[in-house]
Design a protein around this ligand. Structure first.
Ligand code: GDP
Ligand code: IMO
Ligand code: MG
Length: 423
């Protein structure tokens, strides 16, 4: 039996999808625990490229059962599109995907409010998928859950009640057109017909699986620094991508979790607004974006790029309790003759002892760098640690020491076979 949590350790897009796909060979169940269709997890198998937004990346292995936990917010349209796309590619979903009856539903007004919020002065640079407004309703105890789909009367009442309030807001505050209640009700009733077969009591299912000795991989979306509590607030997402979120988002208790694996990109990227101390606004940043093909898997936006931040990853290791790390995109650094690593921040001339997540300090903190020699060699075909150039080994050892992380997996390209384990 083993329960492993897999987390993004930086600002998302670390390559979680690829590593989940690799690891899921050894797990019977893969479960998503938070976020929604704001995630874009890419898996490349042979010549096929899949981008998963809601369904766990384990779906690409036939033997794996996939679960969407209560912590996830579900956009029906995105879910049905994803199921259709997988089935078109001959990937069986029926009987292999289960959705928690306690997961909340993204409603049309959530997406609308997301875009309205983003048109004002305090932009976060969200993915526009309605994530924030849906979690707002969840915590305001007004949300509509998957379980509500099972009772037509309850569903109708809840949608009407929500729309009374939302239409008032749309009309009186934002001067927008009101939404049609009946249209939304029939749209969600239609949705129920299609997803009814996937609905499950997920905590009971997962805990039963654990008691039967099955292995479970819990797939996080986003990254630790986008966590609503531990991230760079307010420039965060509205859920808990850190490992703690895996328990509340699935119903698996903390004492059943055996291991936390952190996915760490060999440099740093961020999408959307917010402080980013090691960001490169010069040709090195451009080069990372170009070689690393750093464009959002969900929105296509260019990702902001910068050097590896060991201070940040060290913080992430602490709050997530990361036991082991998968380093991804190491191959992208091959074109640099010198590579910088941030080992700490200075604020008003003083070295900071702990990671500052608050906007004001993070925005003004100055990173301190150490420069390492690059390797100028293609490493994308290396299949063991021993095959790596000496400078690459030095880089890995350096970032591992400075971040306090144990590197177990190395990824040198997007494909399955461009991965190796370190003993
Ligand atoms: P996720 O959101 O954490 O799953 O990451 P994304 O899928 O959004 O972004 C990671 C991108 O990098 C995808 O396009 C992957 O195919 C690609 N990728 C993953 N690992 C590697 C790697 O080791 N090297 C290279 N060059 N690309 C990688
Ligand atoms: P994966 O799982 C990178 C960012 C958005 C924005 C902020 C809030 O692929 O790593 P939201 O739509 O969640 O309210 O936006 O969070 N963001 C991500 N950045 N990868 C992601 O997911 C992200 N999901 C959200 O760009 O800055
Ligand atoms: Mg992504």
């Amino acid at each position: 039996m083993s329960v492993t949590v897999l987390v993004g350790s930086q600002w998302g897009d670390e390559g979680k999808g690829k590593i989940v796909d690799i690891l899921s060979e050894k797990y019977q169940i893969v479960a998503r625990y938070q976020g929604g269709a704001n995630a874009g997890h890419t898996v490349e198998i042979g010549n096929n490229k899949y981008i998963l937004h809601l369904i766990p990346s384990g779906i690409l292995r036939n033997e794996v059962t996939c679960v969407i936990g209560n912590g996830v917010v579900i956009d029906p349209t995105a879910l049905l599109d994803e199921i259709a796309l997988l089935e078109k590619n001959n990937i069986k979903v029926d009987g292999r995907l289960f959705i928690s009856h306690n997961a909340h539903l993204i409603m049309p007004y959530h997406k609308l409010l997301d875009s309205i919020n983003e048109s004002g002065d305090s932009k976060i640079g969200t993915t526009g998928r309605g994530i924030g407004p849906c979690y707002i309703d969840k915590y305001a105890r007004k949300g509509i859950k998957i379980v509500d789909l099972l009772n037509k009367k309850v569903l109708e009442d809840k949608i009407r009640k929500n729309l009374d309030e939302k239409n008032n807001l749309l009309k009186k505050v934002y001067d927008k057109e009101e939404l049609n209640v009946d249209e939304i009700i029939s749209q969600y009733l239609e949705f129920d017909k299609k997803i009814d077969k996937y609905i499950k009591d997920v905590p009971a299912f997962l805990n039963d699986a654990i008691s039967k000795g099955k292995s479970i991989l819990l797939e996080g979306a986003q990254g630790a620094l986008l966590d609503v509590d531990h991230g760079t607030y307010p420039y965060v997402t509205s859920s808990s991508p850190t490992s703690g979120g895996a328990c509340t988002g699935t119903g698996i208790p903390p004492n059943k979790v055996d291991k936390v694996i952190g996915i760490v990109k060999a440099y740093t990227t961020r999408v959307g607004f917010g402080p980013f101390p090691t960001e490169l606004l010069d040709e090195d940043g451009e080069k990372l974006r170009k070689i690393g093909v750093e464009y959002g898997a969900t929105t296509g936006r260019p990702r902001r790029c910068g050097w590896f931040d060991a201070f940040l990853v060290n913080y992430s290791v602490m709050i997530n309790g990361i036991d082991e790390v998968a380093i991804t995109k190491l191959d992208v650094l091959s074109g640099f003759s010198e590579i910088k690593v941030c080992t700490g921040y200075k604020l008003n001339g003083k070295t900071l002892k702990s990671y500052p997540t608050d906007y004001e300090r993070l925005q003004t903190a100055l990173p301190t760098y150490e420069t390492l020699e690059g390797w100028n060699k293609d490493i994308s075909k290396c299949s063991s640690y021993d095959e790596l150039p000496d400078q690459t080994k030095k880089y890995l050892n350096f970032i591992s020491k400075k971040s306090g992380m144990k590197i177990k997996i190395v990824s040198v390209g997007p494909k399955r076979d461009q991965t190796f384990f370190i003993n």
